[in-house]
Design a protein around this ligand. Structure first.
Ligand code: COA
Length: 161
């Protein structure tokens, strides 16, 4: 595949996200990782610019990855930037209903397919919410977020107590 978009909130990026990015790079010539900046999640801990910066840091060795942010609908950004497909991940069956609806809506609006990758082994339990709870209770995050951003994420989450 020439060009694909992996959209998300990434508040913060996790080892689960990085695993999906690396695996998508095995079949995408160019992978855009897009931070949505109009998400309905209004209680973000990190600004959109901080999330973009963290994603750039953890993907700097992956030459085909471009990290960006976008307003509005995923499908509009994807179409205006010539994406061949969207990439999303499924962790457990509880992700399925939401992802199914979004994939169908995006195909209906923009005639664009969504390719799903199953979460990596041992990473299906990770979520941004879980990470926030763990850090707020004083536990380090090495098992959940990339090492390059662990300190920043831990400090921010503990100072947000
Ligand atoms: N590993 C670890 N965690 C993962 C993961 C993986 N492989 N895949 C998802 N997650 C987690 C995230 O950490 C996040 O956790 P949280 O709910 O505790 O915060 C959760 O799963 C979902 O996050 P994400 O994949 O970033 O999706 P999202 O639902 O927050 O955002 C958008 C998806 C960006 C597409 C969407 O919400 C959005 O805002 N789009 C813009 C408007 C639009 O186009 N809507 C669709 C209309 S059809």
């Amino acid at each position: 595949m020439k060009k694909a978009l992996f959209p998300g909130t990434f508040d913060p990026p996790t080892l689960g996200h990085l695993n999906i990015i690396k695996r998508a790079c095995t079949f995408c010539e160019c992978l855009y990782v897009g931070v949505a900046n109009n998400t309905q999640k209004t209680n973000a801990i990190f600004s959109v610019d901080e999330r973009v910066e963290m994603l750039r840091e953890v993907t700097k060795s992956l030459s085909q990855v471009k990290v960006t942010s976008f307003p509005g609908l995923v499908v509009d950004y994807a179409l205006s930037h010539g994406m061949d497909a969207l990439i999303r991940s499924l962790r457990t069956s509880s992700d399925l209903d939401y992802e199914f609806a979004m994939a169908l809506a995006n195909r209906r609006i923009g005639d664009i397919e969504t390719n799903f990758l199953m979460a990596g082994e041992g990473l299906g339990h990770i979520s941004s919410t879980l990470i926030k709870e763990i850090a707020r209770n004083g536990r380090r995050l090495d098992a959940f977020v990339p090492k390059e951003i662990e300190e920043k994420v831990f400090r921010r989450l503990t100072s947000a107590l």
